[in-house]
Design a binder for this molecule. Structure first.
Ligand SMILES: Nc1ncnc2c1ncn2[C@@H]1O[C@H](COP(=O)(O)OP(=O)(O)OP(=O)(O)O)[C@@H](O)[C@H]1O
Length: 335
């Protein structure tokens, strides 16, 4: 990770729990959706967050934007703790952070024109004078590859890919420097996904955006992200550059994810047609010690005793596994 510049946005020991009931009549237990997550993004950096459904990716993204309050820990944006900000200061910061959602159908208002929806952010944050709003909308649409005529039409008149471009135009309208993109292409046809990913790549460099890109699709993350965070049951189990994590994964869970993603890694064979072996434990009742140990092909007794500390595998590369870097972590045949 490029550590020279101070981070633009930082998660410091973030945790979030939700009350949950196990079964219909089960007793109430707290579910820790995110636990003790620390992560920093520099300006212009794209960090991919991967992991199975329910591992806490969206909750982390929402907290990093201040859309959800952490139970523990802090989010620091450009040196300011979000928890300390209120009123105008909070609004000024909110302009600089935006979210792109998975579902452009749900995130755009079907009753209002595209132009009106893009204009909201421009007006609320006073990005351009009132007389310039129309031309700014046209410029933003052009930036995402759409003609200016789109402004007068409603979202339902467009395809999924076009709608996601509109959502991106709306997100960048406030000139943010941090975007959380939560599965932004997974609802789109595969043929369209690449176009939207390429658009994000272009915008990232044009606007020097820091981006937290949440996805369960390792192919997309591989294409787009310079750094990868792998989450399991609310925790970061491995973090490193795309090359480190994809070429020599240090955590058995990362290896299992890659093995379940055929064609990404030449040495890997398909395991279970994209499905990881074993069952994901309930987040309400996680295993003792290492959360992955119940599915881990190299787990041993010590793994049940305590949550593994991070081992530094290289610059900016860490893995929470007692065997990481010991040469004793090669994946057994999990088929
Ligand atoms: N508002 C909420 N109330 C109760 N539990 C929640 C809430 N939001 C998330 N959770 C729980 O927290 C855990 C993590 O959820 P989260 O949506 O962050 O995971 P995710 O990795 O983004 O999953 P997906 O890929 O399916 O979106 C899950 O067990 C989920 O059920």
């Amino acid at each position: 990770m490029p550590q020279e510049a101070p981070p633009l946005v930082e998660a410091r020991s973030l945790g979030r729990n939700f009350p949950a009931r196990q079964g219909l009549l089960g007793r109430r237990r707290d579910v820790w959706a995110v636990r003790d997550v620390s992560l920093a993004l520099a300006r212009g950096e794209t960090v991919g967050v991967v992991g199975e459904s329910g591992c806490g990716k969206s909750t982390l993204g929402r907290m990093m934007l201040g859309l959800d309050q952490p139970t523990t820990g802090h989010v620091v944006f450009d040196g300011r703790d979000l928890a300390d900000l209120a009123g105008g200061e909070r609004r000024r910061l909110a302009r600089r952070m935006q979210m792109v959602f998975q579902d452009p159908f749900g995130s755009l208002d079907p009753r209002r024109s595209v132009g009106a929806q893009i204009a909201d952010g421009l007006r609320i944050h006073g990005i351009v004078p009132a007389g310039k709003v129309r031309s700014e909308i046209a410029r933003l649409l052009d930036q995402v590859g759409l003609p200016a005529t789109v402004a007068s039409r409603r979202p339902h008149e467009f395809s999924g890919g076009q709608r996601q471009r509109i959502a991106v135009a709306r997100a960048i309208s406030t000139r943010p420097d941090f975007i959380v993109a939560d599965e932004p292409v997974s609802a789109l046809d595969v043929s369209i996904q690449a176009q939207v990913v390429n658009l994000l790549i272009d915008l990232r460099s044009e606007l020097d955006l820091a981006m937290l890109f949440i996805s369960h699709d390792l192919h997309v993350v591989h294409h787009l992200c310079t750094r990868i965070v792998v989450m399991y049951l609310g925790r970061i189990v491995e973090e490193g550059s795309a090359a480190q994590v994809f070429d020599s994964p240090a955590h058995p869970y990362t290896r299992a994810l890659l093995a379940a993603t055929p064609s990404l890694h030449p040495r890997k064979t398909e395991v279970g047609g994209g499905v990881l072996p074993g069952e994901l434990p309930s987040p309400a009742n996680p295993p003792s010690g290492c959360p992955f140990r119940t599915r881990c092909p190299v787990a041993e007794k010590a793994c049940a005793a305590a949550m593994p500390e991070y081992r530094q595998m290289g610059t900016g590369w860490r893995a929470a596994c007692i065997k990481a870097g010991t040469g004793n972590t090669e994946r057994r045949d999990m088929a």
